[in-house]
Write a protein that binds this ligand. Structure first.
Ligand code: ADP
Length: 382
């Protein structure tokens, strides 16, 4: 059986490990610490830094293919591995577009993919000239941002000056008054096979994904198909191997691409129960160049699957509440990542896989109730 190595020991690696068990492939993790979410449950763990060429290089030496649960491995390390003959999937040429938002925006614009208007900025004058004095405007860190960290909505030149004071490379973007946010998740194998999951709706609060509804309720078939086609086209043009999540804004004029991720993605956790092939299995199949699995929903047509993230509160005694959540709604699936609860940190998720006739509002209420109960307990639940 081949050996797949995943750099990064977070919950994405932990859930990929579960899929690897099912497939029977050997799975290794390079984790920053033995207490990382995936390191706690994976037998084959190397503790080391994804920023060290020697740590990543010696980890890769024992693997048939190397893949990632985050996009933070420096480009120089990726290219050094490739030069040494390691199969790095996705490769450095594709991953670059997840590490540099400016390069991503420029490349997508070059491909004719609709994106928010953008420009690099390094002074308040640049920002003012970009927005022509019309606020708000969005400033983003060119690299290193995640979960909304590194995204600032500025309502004035003085807000922009504060952000510029961080002294990091920034780009400005038009503020998009979107109707809602969507995500198109696709997989691509080195042989060029592609597969697309149903387009989902994502709900962000303070830049953090809170809820995913699959498929996106009421999305016109034409828009869903064009989002899937755009995601498959981007995967092929950028040479992505593995999963590609394309985060989108739905506006009154159509869809705009916001962001790309080339790994299992929060918008795809619903697939564990809600699709014939989970995104984690699909990623493994793609990086191993196996035929891809079916992306069809597991539930009957017309049903919805809802996923709600479980964010850490001040009380970490989650297990204490399992009994109530499971008794109240036996169809709710609880996933806990073994992470210490810290306020706002993603520590788990719950999924309500839709049954025929379920209406989406009821499924959303059930998922939210379970997540909120787990987080706060009965006394504080909403
Ligand atoms: P991150 O890489 O940190 O997840 P994103 O670029 O995905 O950052 O932005 C996080 C969230 O901020 C988005 O999900 C969206 O809600 C909001 N956002 C980002 N860009 C814009 C924009 N141009 N206009 C309006 N809202 C935006």
């Amino acid at each position: 059986m081949p050996v797949v190595g995943m750099v990064g020991g977070g919950q994405l690696a932990r859930m990929t490990a579960q899929a690897a068990i099912g497939l029977g492939v050997t799975f290794r993790v390079l984790a920053g610490s033995a207490a990382d979410s995936a390191a706690l449950v994976t037998r084959d763990v190397t503790v080391g830094s994804h920023l060290s060429l020697s740590d990543v290089g010696s980890f890769a030496a024992g693997c048939d293919v190397v893949t990632f649960d985050h996009e933070h491995v420096p480009g120089e390390i990726l290219t050094a591995l490739e030069a040494a003959g390691v199969l790095v999937r996705p490769g450095s040429a594709a991953l670059r577009f997840t590490q540099d938002k400016l390069a991503m925006r420029d490349r997508l614009a070059g491909l004719g993919v609709p994106c928010p208007r953008h420009a690099p900025v390094s002074s308040v004058a640049d920002v003012v000239s970009f927005c022509g004095g019309t606020w708000p405007v969005v400033l983003k860190a060119v690299s290193g941002g995640y979960d909304g960290k590194g995204v600032w909505v500025c309502s004035s030149a003085s807000d922009a000056a504060d952000v510029l004071g961080h002294g990091i490379a920034l780009l400005a973007e038009e503020f998009v008054p979107f109707r809602r946010e969507l995500a198109a998740l696709v997989a691509r194998s080195p042989s060029g096979q592609g597969a697309a999951y149903p387009v989902v709706q994502t709900v962000q609060v303070d830049g953090i994904c809170r809820e995913v509804i699959a498929p996106a309720p009421g999305l016109a078939a034409g828009l869903a198909e064009s989002a899937q086609a755009a995601a498959l086209g981007i995967a092929s043009s950028l040479g992505v191997v593995g999963l590609l999540a394309v985060e989108l804004f739905e506006t009154s004029d159509g869809l705009l691409v916001n962001e790309l991720a080339m790994r299992p993605h929060n918008s795809g956790h619903w697939t564990i129960e809600g699709a014939r092939t989970s995104q984690f299995e699909q990623h493994l199949r793609a990086v191993l160049d196996l035929p891809l699995g079916s992306c069809s929903p597991a539930s009957p047509p017309g049903a919805f699957t809802v996923m709600a993230n479980l964010l850490g509160g001040t009380d970490s005694d989650i297990y204490d509440r399992y009994i109530h959540v499971m008794a109240a709604d036996p169809a709710v699936k609880v996933h806990f990542y073994g992470k210490e609860a810290r306020p706002g940190r993603k520590i788990g998720h719950v999924t309500v896989a839709g049954a025929a006739g379920d209406d989406v509002t009821a499924a959303r209420d059930r998922a939210r109730r379970a997540a909120s109960y787990l987080r706060w307990g009965a006394e504080n639940g909403d």
